[in-house]
Each structure stands twice: as C-alpha cells, then as structure tokens.
Ligand binder design. Structure first.
Ligand SMILES: [Zn+2]
Length: 468
C-alpha cells in the first residue's frame, strides 16, 4: 500500500466527513480530492473492499436499475456499495467507496481484546457512458449492464457511434468470464455482443400489446455490419423494438429474461417473467419495465432466488425525481425528470395513456448539468398530446423556447411563461383547483430549484430530502 494511497484515503475520508457534517452529503468532492492525490485509489480500494463489481451504463435507466438491484442484493444479505447520489463519474464512484469504508472496516471487541474486521461488499456502480473504459479498468466488473443508447446531450459527446466505439474498446479488455447484460430490444446495445467473447444475458419485452402504434420519431439506426437500416416488426419506444437487418440477417436475440402480460397502471406496473413469476413494480412506465428486467437479469446471473428478487423489488422506492407524486396545496403534482428526447417521449406516452386531458408544466433550464444546448426539445414528440392538453405552463431560464415549442406542437397558449420556478408554483395554484392533477416535467438543475422552493414552502413529503 503506497503512502500516497494512504494519504489519499485519509484526506478523502476527512472531506467526506466534513461534507456530511455540513449537510452536503453525496457530493463527488471526496473522490475528486483523493483522485488528485492518488489517481489509482479507486482500483486499490476495489481490491481491498469489493468482492464483485457490477457496472450499469446507458443513456436512460441507470439510476432506477441500480436502485432495484441494490434492493435485491440487500434482501439477499449482501453489503452493497452504490453511488446512489447520482454522480456517475470516477470521482463519484470513488466517493461512494470512500464513504462506505467505516461500514466495511472497523474494530470489534472480543474476549481477546480488539481486532480488526473487514467485510467485502458488492460494488454497484452507475457509470457515465463516456467513463466506462476507466471504470472497467479500475473495478474489473463481474457483470456490466447496458440499458440503452439514445441521442443525449450531443454537445457533450458527439455521435452515438463514438460511444459505441468507446464501449467496444472497453469490452475488448474484459476478462472472458465477465457477463454482459444486454437489452435485446435496442439494436445499438445488441451489437455490443459481437465485441465480447464471454457470456451474454439478454433481456427484453415479449408482449406485443405494448407496441407503440403511434408514429413516434424513431431515432434511426443502421446495421454496423452492412450499413442498412434496421427493419422493425414492432416498435416499443423510439428505436427500441423487435428489429432485424434484412440484408445481412442480424436479428434481435431471444431474451433470457423477458416481460409478458404487461399492464401499466398510474403508479405501478405489473408483468410476468417466465421462471420468476409475477412482478409488481411500485412505479409506472414501460421504461421502468425495462429497468426492472435489467435488474432481474443481473440477480439471476448471480443465482439469487426468485423469492429474494420478488422481495427486493417490493421494497424499492422510486429514484430521486425520476417520478414522484407530491401534494402541493391540495394539488397532485406528478414530477418527472426529463433530460433527453427518449425520456421525455416515454413520459408523454405515459401521460397520454393515463390521463384524458392533462395539465402540464414544463421547466426547461440550460445549465451545464442539463446540457447547454436545448435543441433536443425539437426531437420530442409533443405533437403526441396536441388536442389533448387542457392547459400548460412554460418555465425555467429557457421558458420562452419551451413556449415556442408548445406553439408548434399545437398545445394551448400557455397559462404563463415564467422563468422563475417559485412564480410558476404561485401561478399553478392560481390556475387550478385543489385535487387537480398537474404533470410537471423538469430538467435536472430546474428540479433542484423546484425541490428547494417546495422545501422553503414547507412541503417536505418527498424522498429527495427525507433521504439520509
Ligand atoms: Zn446488416
């Protein structure tokens, strides 16, 4: 153990403790500081404290998949280290490991005096798409989940092909016993299997009734083998579905873990998984069926029983902001984080399938964490709800861009176009009656503002600040 590593862990832990004391838990700062002192500290901590590492990457669904999986592993009695506060860069992974040291390593008193005990944990890490190669070399994962690949924050990364190439290079360096858990319904994810010599576990949706008959803008994909466009027997959402390449014969793999008989309720989803049984998911949306399938797949590859999987899923709570119901002055605010076209389309589909004439507020910010370029709203299928929306509000520092988008989607004129989130809440109270339902779609930094505004107004029934 190098002195540099010891200093890095010592200083990093001090920073973690200070952050917690000052109420700023969950920041990536401890990892950032430790990384500056000893760039390889994540690798050394992993060797010391991690029995198996599981990485979860992809555009959407990382957090929810990790939440479900964490709950299942906890149910099995495993110690789990998870970067659950949402920082999925190396510094966030490092911070999660640093803050779990006290739980993994301590002294206990026996009749023979004190002795040091150390436990090994399962490291369950959400990994930013571009960070995967670094995470693979530091954590040497036993399994990697690839959820999906959508167009997201192009100003940060460039093309889909760039990410696919990064991933293939990372997969190339994996030991041959690493298991890839792949979404069979996403052709861009499926093609990763050609870069891997080891085992692949496929998951996907086998229920044709949830096919999206609406002509949503498909984020078109071409076969990397012969460069012809994929054909779809059925589309589920955007480019996800039952795909095949007519020219070279590449085709969606039959899933090892699949969902049948899917029913999407307003706050739950139910489906059946062969050899697992019925699944009663405590949150809604087709995208969450995919997330649950990904988590069940990993649990199965770790040979966890169907009883443990069922109990773990039953105890999981919705991830921060992904979908939350808040009572605000008697109004029911359904809050969703939307940060890219695919995620926003899923939410709009969900609203269309559960509500006849919804009231919708959208808060659009262009902070660094949101992606500075807001042109992605033009790829969202807001037209899906034209003629249905009862009333709408535009907010955030790009409120007027949002109002313009409403106009082109033929939504009603907004009740208000107001940048300040606080004023939006006032306006919603003025325009609606108690018991009304309002869908509130927000980008990341706006969601933080919204929650702090709600907290200032004494609304404290949300998981964001009741969380430790
Ligand atoms: Zn082809």
């Amino acid at each position: 153990m190098s002195p540099r590593f010891v200093v890095a862990v010592f200083i990093g832990s001090l920073v973690a403790i200070t952050c917690r004391w000052s109420g700023r838990g969950g920041t990536a700062l401890p990892g950032l500081v430790a990384e500056r002192i000893a760039p390889n500290f994540v690798e050394i901590l992993t060797n010391l404290f991690v029995s198996e590492a599981i990485l979860i990457t992809g555009t959407n669904g990382k957090t929810t998949t990790a939440r479900i999986l964490s709950s299942i592993f906890e149910e099995s009695g495993s110690l789990v280290v998870h970067n659950r506060e949402g920082s999925n860069l190396m510094r966030g992974i490092g911070s999660a490991l640093l803050s779990s040291i006290p739980k993994l390593w301590g002294t206990s008193r026996t009749s023979n005096g004190f002795h040091i005990k150390s436990h090994k944990a399962i490291a369950l890490m959400e990994v930013d798409e571009a960070v995967l190669p670094y995470a693979v070399s530091a954590l040497k994962p036993k399994a990697i989940v690839f959820t999906n690949l959508f167009r997201d924050q192009l100003d940060r990364y460039g093309e889909i092909e760039h990410i696919t190439n990064l991933w293939c290079q990372a997969i190339d360096k994996l030991p041959s016993d690493t298991i890839l858990v792949l979404n069979a319904d996403d052709p861009s994810i499926s093609e990763l299997s050609f870069s891997h010599q080891g085992p692949v576990h496929w998951y996907g949706i086998e229920d044709p009734s949830i096919a999206n008959s609406h002509d949503a803008p498909v984020d078109a994909r071409w076969c990397s083998n012969c460069e012809n466009p994929f054909l779809y027997e059925l589309t589920i959402s955007s480019h996800l579905g039952w795909w095949r390449c007519e020219s070279c014969g590449r085709v969606r793999s039959q899933p090892d873990t699949c969902a049948l008989n899917i029913r999407i309720g307003p706050e739950q989803a139910y489906f059946f998984v062969p050899e697992q049984g019925p699944v009663d998911l405590p949150f809604s949306g087709t995208y969450n069926v995919f997330n649950a399938l990904a988590a069940i797949s990993v649990a199965r590859t770790f040979a966890l029983s169907s009883e443990i999987i069922r109990a773990g899923i039953g105890k999981v709570k919705s991830a921060f902001g992904r979908q939350e119901l808040i009572n605000y002055q008697g109004r029911r605010l359904h809050i969703f984080l939307t940060k890219n076209p695919a995620g926003a389309n899923e939410v709009l589909n969900f609203i269309a399938s559960t509500t006849e004439s919804p009231s919708i507020a959208i808060i659009l910010n262009d902070g660094i964490a949101d992606g500075r370029d807001v042109s992605w709203i033009w790829d969202v299928d807001y037209e899906r709800l034209s003629g249905i929306v009862q009333r709408c509000w535009a907010s955030g520092n790009r409120a007027s861009d949002m109002a313009l988008r409403f106009h082109y989607a033929e939504w009603p004129n907004p009740e208000a176009t107001i940048p300040q989130v606080g004023k939006l809440l006032d306006q919603i109270s003025e325009d609606t009656l108690p018991d009304e339902e309002i869908y509130l779609l927000s980008t990341y930094t706006a969601l933080l503002e919204l929650y702090s505004e709600l907290k200032r107004r004494g609304v404290t029934n949300t998981s964001w600040w009741s969380k430790s």
